[in-house]
Ligand binder design. Structure first.
Ligand code: ADP
Ligand code: ZN
Ligand code: ZN
Length: 750
């Protein structure tokens, strides 16, 4: 008897075993999809992980219903990666399967079918066709026209006719379907179903590689020398030094050797400009993959990557580490410092940069991490720890200087009553000058942790979410209060529910408010706001970027989004409206992040032509980090951070695991969190356990949250730590009181 162990797309720790009949036993392979029953009514598409003949004991084994294909849709390397992710990030393999595989492969996949049109065999001979055309009835002029349209669209007379869809044919001269039907009745044309590809293959003008300048060539040579000895290299190249051009040369060499390249970007928002640049060089060799694509599109790319003609280059967001690769040779992780490479919720809470490193290692491929502001971890790995090679590129392309950074003390201005609204006089003046020179301006407002809200002027009441322990965010344009954690929405009340006062005022400092102020101040300027709310659709972001590129926008206001990888020609002035929200953020990474953000935003200024200017408004001009940003002194910033992290036992000297405990009942959540904390202290020692901690938000979706932080020294065995941790969890879940409590882990949180 043959059995298969399968992975189900469910958060289950174990694989399940099914029996297979003889026919299936003959055909089934590891990585194939099978339809299996689970429980009484449900059935699932599962992935075969192991084929064997060991009869499971202790329960009646069910049969798998059907084998969905004979060729595996998941390659052995992928299964190995899933296993690593589940193990390292402490989640179920089913969670990984669920995240990795497009939904269309978890169900039956329906190809996209169109009705196409062709001549019936009888009329495919030139003689018959000629005869037909010569003898058309005068009253059937429309039919003759339609037939000629078909010949034109299909290039029939050239031989080897193209596919013609019925829709295109009728659209050409706006012909009615009756005319078409008449030709079908006469046995001249026939309609047939045709499976079309959803993958866009717009052929674009190709330009070839740009020659590298001297500094770029030196960096490329160093990278190659580094790869001769090591598998990972960090490219620390200042903004606009031409990192993308260097990647392009490496990619070209890799695909010339017949190997594949994975080019990872932190957010899909970024791809528009880079995609266009790469398409110009590599044309149809590039496949783009990310979660804003429709599911059928993603299935087609997946299948193409399994075929004999896979894309050689995949450009994508974090989920593209899950695609099948046949011959991976190079992985590029662009903007490697970006925290959005980490998936927060749901599981698997994986870090795409670290997963990509693992993926590359499995194929013996090289990994290039690139950024203008390395993460503290990668910098440490490339210097102190000596794990990665390091290549530095300090000169901008064309040797334009990095922008001048002008800190403005807004605390002082407030004290002297010289600041109304969000703009200092100097920033306003510089904006007037820039707009006068017909330049464009970017204003950056970090909204994180400081969302606009409303407050009762008389009693201080602030509206809170009914499901979560957070205040609601005020959306002025829709006049709604919205919870950014669970999506709960409610209209703004007319009066304060606490005291009845009508004096409800908005407070806080989001992009929306800045937009209003700027529009009032510069009524002539064309102002665009770019943040999560205005870029929900796949095209909104692209449109904003294109409009800005074409000079249709004068002032672009935005959140982190405007800090990322954009390359504009006519921006010389960038304003950072308030750095303090970043500096005051209660997290050990706050300074690192603040530096990265400011340096990246600043990097948007003066990329072409003259040196740019950044006006940096802050109440903390005396903080050393402001000085580091001003001098572009990454290395001092990072060595200060490393010293602090070593002292306080934080990454990269320790690994962190956050343990989350969730339940509807607050007392139960608190009780289990304290019990678990004391058990962990017994196992790991008190210096490794911080808890119970106060999570940033103590209740979400009506669930209370308990949190414990575990610190494991970087040189200790993480596998052993995970084992002990799971033992503690098991021990606790045997207590009937805690059975219904949800426990999950965030390994290497960001
Ligand atoms: P980075 O990725 O380091 O920020 P980019 O690769 O975006 O820098 O380069 C900045 C700008 O300079 C881009 O517009 C790019 O096209 C241009 N550029 C960089 N290197 C070259 C080169 N060798 N030849 C032509 N243009 C270049
Ligand atoms: Zn009130
Ligand atoms: Zn909520």
């Amino acid at each position: 008897m043959t059995y298969i162990d399968v992975i189900l797309p469910l958060p289950l720790k174990a694989t399940f075993t099914y029996a297979v009949d003889d026919v299936m036993a003959h055909k089934v392979k590891r990585g194939c999809r099978v339809l299996v029953p689970l429980g009484n009514k449900k059935h699932y598409t599962a992935i075969v992980d192991r084929i064997h003949d060991e009869k499971p004991e202790g329960y009646e084994v069910k049969y798998a219903f059907a084998l969905l294909e004979e060729q595996p849709v998941v390659l052995p390397q992928q299964l190995k990666l899933w296993e690593w992710i589940a193990d390292y990030y402490m989640c179920a393999e089913g969670d990984v399967y669920h995240a990795a595989v497009p939904a269309g492969l978890k169900l039956e996949f329906k190809p996209k079918v169109e009705t196409h049109v062709r001549l019936t065999p009888a009329f495919r001979s030139e003689d018959n066709l000629q005869h037909l055309l010569d003898n058309f009835d005068k009253r059937a002029a429309k039919q003759q026209e339609l037939l000629l349209s078909y010949l034109q669209l299909s290039d029939f007379l050239e031989g080897n006719p193209h596919e013609v869809s019925k829709q295109d044919l009728l659209a050409l001269h706006n012909t009615s379907a009756n005319v078409f039907n008449a030709l079908v009745e006469k046995g001249v044309l026939e309609a047939y179903p045709f499976v079309v590809s959803r993958l866009q293959d717009k052929t674009q003008e190709q330009t070839g590689l740009k020659p590298l300048n001297h500094n770029q060539q030196r960096a490329l040579d160093e990278i190659k020398r580094c790869f001769a000895e090591r598998s990972v290299c960090l490219l620390y190249g200042v903004t606009s030094s031409g990192k993308t051009e260097i990647y392009t040369h490496l990619i070209e060499e890799t695909i010339r050797q017949g190997k594949q390249v994975l080019y990872l970007l932190p957010e899909i928002a970024l791809t528009t400009q880079i995609t266009d640049r790469l398409k110009k060089v590599f044309g149809s060799n590039i496949g783009i993959y990310h979660s804003k694509f429709s599911d059928p599109e993603r299935v087609e790319i997946w299948n193409k990557q399994l075929s004999d003609e896979p894309y050689l280059i995949i450009l994508g967001a974090r989920s593209s580490v899950f695609l099948p690769y046949q011959q991976l040779g190079l992985v590029i992780v662009d903007e490697e410092h970006e925290s959005s490479y980490k998936q927060q919720d749901p599981a698997p809470r994986y870090h795409a940069r670290n997963t990509a490193l693992m993926l590359a290692a499995m194929y013996g491929a090289k990994t290039l991490l690139g950024t203008a502001t390395p993460s503290v971890e990668s910098w440490y790995n490339a210097t102190e720890a000596g794990k990665y090679g390091l290549v530095v590129l300090k000169e901008r392309y064309k040797e334009i200087q990095l922008p001048e950074i002008l800190p403005v003390d807004i605390k002082e201005l407030h004290r002297k009553k010289m600041m109304s609204g969000h703009l200092s006089l100097i920033l306003k003046e510089k904006m007037v000058e820039a707009l006068g020179r017909k330049e464009q301006v970017i204003l950056f407002q970090n909204r994180r942790g400081f969302a606009p809200m409303i407050e009762c002027h008389d009693c201080g009441w602030v509206p809170k979410c009914v499901h979560c322990d957070v205040s609601l965010t005020y959306h002025k344009h829709t006049s709604q209060l919205v919870c950014h954690y669970c999506g709960y929405t409610t209209p703004v009340p007319h009066a304060c529910p606490e005291c009845g006062s009508m004096e409800l005022r908005d407070r806080g400092f989001g992009t929306e408010k800045v937009e209003d102020e700027i529009k009032a101040m510069f009524p002539e300027a064309r102002v665009v706001r770019m943040d999560l709310d205005t870029t929900r659709s796949k095209t909104a972001y692209e449109r904003m970027i294109k409009d800005f590129e074409k000079g249709k926008t004068d002032i672009l206001i935005g959140t982190q989004m405007v800090s990322k990888g954009l390359d504009f020609d006519h921006v010389h002035l960038v304003g950072i409206l308030n750095a303090d929200t970043m500096l005051n953020y209660p997290d050990f990474r706050a300074y690192e992040r603040a530096y990265q953000l400011m340096a990246q935003v600043a990097g948007r200024a003066g990329r072409k032509g003259e040196r740019g200017l950044v006006v940096l408004q802050t109440g903390h001009v005396d903080y050393p980090i402001i000085n580091h940003v001003r001098k572009n002194d990454f290395e001092t910033m990072v060595s200060e951070q490393l010293a602090e992290r070593q002292l306080c036992r934080f990454p990269p000297y320790c690994r962190l695991v956050y343990i989350y405990i969730k339940h509807r009942d607050k007392q139960l959540t608190d009780a289990m969190t304290s019990v678990m904390t004391s058990l962990l202290v017994k196992v790991f020692g008190s210096e490794r356990v911080n808890g119970p901690m106060q999570p940033a938000v103590a209740r979400v979706h009506s669930l209370y949250i308990g949190m414990i932080m575990l610190k494991i020294e970087a040189n200790a065995s993480m596998a052993q730590a995970r084992k002990l941790l799971l033992q503690v969890q098991r021990q606790l879940s045997q207590d009937p009181r805690y059975k219904s409590i949800q426990v999950y882990y965030d390994v290497d949180p960001v």
